[in-house]
Design a binder for this molecule. Structure first.
Ligand code: GLA
Length: 453
């Protein structure tokens, strides 16, 4: 059975009770919430300025509270998994008194948001946080906390209301105060999520296109592996560094600008290469130098030849670009990382198109390709996630399945026919050696203010 998600009303009521209990039976006056997310496809593309296709979930973080007269910023979390103490009094940041990270860890998201809030100074306040987003599950509990808290602060002291700038401020909080160099996907979809839709987000322009997910015959099933490997954040930063290195070797501002051909040209395994964009040249080249050319491979519309460097002097017609020699430096690992990102950006666009056209088989196939790439090229999957994907794919009625989010544990997302849900859950439970939990992914609204009356 899929887990029951507490309703928004229940969360608000829990938060209100706790607030009253802690603060002399006073009722909170303002409330806000923001959702977690699941990404359907496009992982590790956001910090490469590529495309992602996430949806906001009905799992949310709720913040209730009131302004207070002093300079206090008292916040209490109801989360059992948060480190102690659960109640903090944070100093209000202002110019000359920035907010620094510290202990407890859970409060760093709040310190970061106050630090990056776009309309300082803030008045004093008291607040309580509750959440139905499972912590550390890869469903963006941290982004939902950041965005919910920012939305709460907007009621205390409004900023200009720019939603994209709000998501960027929340991302900054995660960078500076939680130490995770994340992309923009989680915060952006938590702000902009739309009921009944996923969002195809261009992480360069930060524009998003809603993709309707309204077919009642289909379900997106989230399976939480309930494992989280400690490597997750150090490996994330490492991957990001490898992508930046690849882009710089390729001479591109980001991997969004790189093509498969750029990559093949620069892979050290191929040695110096020449590109001929007009395939009719091939026969001339072969006639002239066939004996000296060992192999060539066909890549899209370009032919790539490994050639000894001395040929270049003789053939001015096909001259190498000036940076070609220096670019032939991508080591195997960097090559594979870049290869995943370039492929995943294309897959995300193709997948969004397939879904819009109702080609669910095709969408499912692309999901599996994405998983394999994250497993083999980007190396951010793990046995638990691979097993969950395999178990889902055995079931009739399942279109596709893949790990979702940063990886090293967390969740998978599976597209299936609605009538296959019970047998899918059953098969996963039988096949998976761990203890999975399941959620039906309901595409939901982004952050919002809640009326307490
Ligand atoms: C984490 C990050 C996101 C994104 C995903 C991988 O969730 O917070 O920015 O990079 O990993 O797609």
């Amino acid at each position: 059975m899929a887990s029951l998600v507490p309703s928004l009303g229940q969360l608000v009521s829990d938060a209100t009770c706790l607030f009253k209990k802690l603060f002399n039976d006073e009722a909170p006056k303002i409330a806000a919430c923001a959702p977690g997310r699941v990404n359907l496809i496009g992982d590790h593309t956001d910090y490469n300025q590529g495309y992602v296709l996430p949806m906001a979930l009905s799992l949310v973080t709720v913040v209730v509270g009131s302004a207070s007269s002093g300079q206090e910023a008292i916040i209490v979390t109801a989360s059992e998994l948060a480190d102690e103490p659960k109640k903090v009094d944070l100093s209000l940041p202002n110019e000359g008194f920035p907010s620094f990270p510290g202990l407890p860890h859970w409060a760093n998201y709040l310190r970061g948001i106050m630090h990056h809030y776009r309309a300082l100074p803030l008045p004093g306040f008291r607040a309580v946080v509750v959440s139905s987003v499972p912590l550390g599950s890869g469903l963006s509990s941290s982004a939902s906390l950041e965005v919910a808290f920012y939305t709460f602060l907007q009621q205390l002291r409004p900023d200009d209301g720019d939603k994209v700038a709000k998501a960027i401020a929340c991302q900054q909080a995660e960078h500076t105060h939680a130490g995770v160099p994340c992309g923009i996907m989680d915060q952006l979809v938590s702000v902009l999520g739309m009921e009944g839709h996923a969002l195809l987000i261009d992480c360069r322009s930060l524009e998003s296109i809603p993709v309707p997910l309204s077919d009642p015959g289909l379900v997106f099933l989230i399976t939480n592996s309930n494992v989280k490997h400690s490597l997750a954040s150090s490996e994330y930063a490492l991957r990001r560094g490898q992508c930046e290195k690849a882009a710089s070797i390729l001479g591109k501002p980001s991997l969004r600008d790189a093509t498969v051909n750029d990559l093949e040209d620069s892979h050290s395994g191929h040695g110096p290469t020449m590109k001929i964009s007009d395939p009719s040249m091939i026969s001339k080249w072969e006639d002239f130098h066939y004996s000296r050319v060992s192999t060539y491979s066909y890549c899209s519309t370009l032919f790539v030849f490994p050639v000894p460097a001395w040929h270049c002097n003789k053939l001015t017609l096909y001259s190498l670009s000036p940076s070609q020699e220096s670019r032939a430096q991508l080591d195997d690992v960097t090559y594979r990382r870049a290869s995943h990102v370039i492929g995943e950006i294309c897959r995300t666009l193709k997948a969004a198109e397939s879904f819009k056209n109702g080609s669910f088989q095709e969408f499912g196939k692309i999901m599996v390709e994405s998983h394999n790439s994250l497993r083999d090229l980007y190396e951010v999957s793990c046995k638990d996630l691979d097993d969950l994907v395999c178990a889902a794919m055995e079931v009739e009625g399942v279109f596709g399945s893949r790990m979702t989010g940063g990886g090293f544990g967390g969740c998978t997302i599976t597209l299936l026919k609605a009538d296959a849900i019970h047998r899918t859950i059953q098969n996963i439970q039988e096949r998976y050696s761990g203890t999975p939990t399941f959620y039906i992914a309901t595409p939901s609204e982004g952050a919002r203010v809640l009326n307490l009356s």
